[in-house]
Design a protein around this ligand. Sequence first.
Ligand SMILES: *[C@@H]1O[C@H](CO)[C@@H](O)[C@H](O)[C@H]1NC(C)=O
Ligand SMILES: *[C@@H]1O[C@H](CO)[C@@H](O)[C@H](O)[C@H]1NC(C)=O
Ligand SMILES: *[C@@H]1O[C@H](CO)[C@@H](O)[C@H](O)[C@H]1NC(C)=O
Ligand SMILES: *[C@@H]1O[C@H](CO)[C@@H](O)[C@H](O)[C@H]1NC(C)=O
Length: 328
Amino acid sequence: MMAKVHPLVLLLVISLCVLIEINKFLISPTMAKPTTFLQDFHITWSEAHIKQLNKGTAIQLLLDQSSGCGFASKNKYMYGRVSMKIKLIPGDSAGTVTAFYMNSDTNGSRDELDFEFLGNRSGQPYTVQTNVFANGKGDREQRVNLWFDPSSQFHTFDSVEPPSHCYCLDQLRYKNCVGCLCGMINPLPWSKGKRFYVDEVPIRVYKNNEAKRVPYPKSQPMGIYSTLWEADNWATRGGLEKIDWSKAPFYAYYKDFDIEGCTAGHDGRAAGCSANNSSNWWEAPSYQQLNPIQARNYRWVRLNHMVYDYCTDKSRNPVAPPECLAGI
Ligand SMILES: *[C@@H]1O[C@H](CO)[C@@H](O)[C@H](O)[C@H]1NC(C)=O
Ligand SMILES: *[C@@H]1O[C@H](CO)[C@@H](O)[C@H](O)[C@H]1NC(C)=O
Ligand SMILES: *[C@@H]1O[C@H](CO)[C@@H](O)[C@H](O)[C@H]1NC(C)=O
Ligand SMILES: *[C@@H]1O[C@H](CO)[C@@H](O)[C@H](O)[C@H]1NC(C)=O
């Protein structure tokens, strides 16, 4: 429904999660991370609108009336985890969308996990829209208004203080996080569900309901994508608030790119990748389900900050989809 957007964006059903800062010494010392942008990513939309900064360790995305822009990982990954720091457009960001997502790029059987940050007028809350595509079927939007300003602590990109919030998909090393996007590429077979986090607060859980014949994204290698674009026909207050081009250009920033994962071959297959990989800290059982505090926070979000849920949208779904009946 809310997807009348730039055609490129349709390809991007988004799985973005944003932000986590990993406690560096907890990462395997063999990983010389973070890397430069070009080591792991390439520009997929409008070279002229993406500028490399700080010797390629950071980038600036620009949106103006001529174009938005986007980038993607060079590889696809089977099991793994990605993180990068992001700074959203400050001030009047109405009509803009910054997206971070993972996508298997397999058309009719596509799996995709999206985070879309919907801009707003100055002083109004950013909204995070999440969506889940499994085996080609999406239409599972949920929206949560953020309880803080994700751009407030980052007045200039060179600021020593990065934003203190993490948006994270499934991957939870959120302690000491300083503001980053992060995502889990494919949950583990024994995971209790796909989780989306903002800081330590879960904003969404997509449970594995394969027993009820609901497809679950878990076995296709995924690429990592991000885009910045204009979508003022739907993004802010349902399209009522238009983009104010007098405030353009709009800038978003990314840095500290870090992907750890098992790379799929050029044939798109990842036969050699094993979920039971002891070098992957995120596979520990404690990362596979909500702990009691997270469960409480999740209820708090749903009660106080959720502004849209496809499960309860009777005009779209007179009968709630089966995964909705399985409880939150
Ligand atoms: C997806 O569909 C497009 C357009 O029909 C086609 O070019 C592309 O090869 C397809 N990709 C896969 C992975 O099937
Ligand atoms: C923008 O702010 C308005 C007013 O606070 C709110 O209703 C809306 O959910 C916010 N987000 C978007 C994307 O419109
Ligand atoms: C285990 O994970 C590491 C990255 O964390 C990856 O380099 C390695 O290829 C993986 N091994 C298998 C067998 O999946
Ligand atoms: C992988 O680890 C899980 C959890 O420890 C275990 O249940 C499963 O049997 C293991 N699978 C393989 C193939 O070793």
